[in-house]
Write a protein that binds this ligand. Structure first.
Ligand code: ADP
Ligand code: MG
Length: 263
């Protein structure tokens, strides 16, 4: 009953600590923002949290497919702001994970709403979820401005190379100017390459980005396969365990970083 998209609006949460909105951002494209949104949502759902993913990447939407609701959607965010439907109609329950919901992005960039509109929507919806995650477009253009307006906190996704780390730094400066607290997720980590010295280690990426680390996700082909098929990661693959660690840190547990040789 809880996975029915219509039923959630009836149950506002009483707990004041929940209902937080996070933006997932990156300087460069293709770092894995949408992958992190989906992986984190599934992992938080396994901790009993109720998650709404808002796809803020207008024109390049991907969360509907990644979550297995693609093809079955009738309404999206653009319909909400055009007054064609209530927000609840544009929210779809993931068919593969209880407590994960997604609002698809507008199909075209010119259907994007204003930053104030998205802010109001996310804030309103956050009353009905434990966490609202906004998947933001890469870079710092209009799409980013709109999406980040909805998010008082951010996760910056970065791949383990110095170019991406420098972009993360630029982004972290922009977020700091706006007093948006941000933490770093390093995705596509290749532990063997770090151990043999051919790729920068985690500390160098953290230093260059000037962000506090939230967690790391290894390069793992099961991630690409899960994404391609709209399925959650198999429970015990390395990437899923890393997402689970990040989710536990997210809810306030102190979870040490897994050693490189175990990733
Ligand atoms: P973004 O949303 O930042 O553009 P995506 O989440 O769409 O990036 O990821 C880009 C591509 O990289 C996708 O094909 C995805 O499957 C792949 N990918 C992302 N993270 C990983 C990972 N940890 N291991 C393997 N492939 C990954
Ligand atoms: Mg994306």
């Amino acid at each position: 009953e809880r996975t029915s998209p219509q039923s959630f609006l009836k149950k506002p949460h009483a707990d004041a600590h929940i209902g937080k909105v996070f933006g997932v951002v990156s300087g460069k494209g293709g770092t894995g923002k949408s992958t992190v949104c989906a992986g984190l949502a599934y992992a938080l759902a396994r901790l009993g949290k109720r998650i709404l993913l808002i796809d803020g990447d207008a024109g390049l939407r991907s969360l509907d497919l990644m979550l297995g609701v693609g093809g079955n959607t009738v309404y999206d965010m653009a319909d909400v702001f055009a007054g064609r439907c209530e927000p609840v109609k544009a929210i779809y329950a993931s068919p593969v994970s209880q407590n994960v919901f997604v609002m698809p992005a507008p199909l075209a960039l010119d259907q994007l709403c204003s930053p104030q509109q998205l802010h109001r929507l996310a804030k309103g919806l956050s009353r009905y979820f434990d966490v609202v995650i906004v998947d933001c477009p890469a870079g710092v253009g209009r799409g980013f401005e709109t999406a980040i307006a909805a998010a008082p906190e951010a996760l910056v996704v970065c791949t383990p190379d110095m170019v991406c780390a420098r972009d993360a730094r630029l982004l972290s400066d922009i977020l700091a100017e706006r007093s948006i607290p941000a933490r770093l997720i390093i995705n596509r980590l290749r532990p063997r390459k770090i151990m043999d010295g051919s790729m920068p280690d985690i500390d160098r990426i953290i230093d260059e980005s000037a962000l506090q680390l939230m967690g790391v996700i290894p390069e793992d082909e099961t991630v690409a396969v899960a994404n391609a098929n709209g399925r959650p990661l198999p429970l015990y693959c390395n990437a899923a365990l890393c997402f689970s660690n990040i989710a536990r840190r997210f809810v306030g547990e102190s979870v040490p970083l897994a050693p490189l040789e175990k990733m």
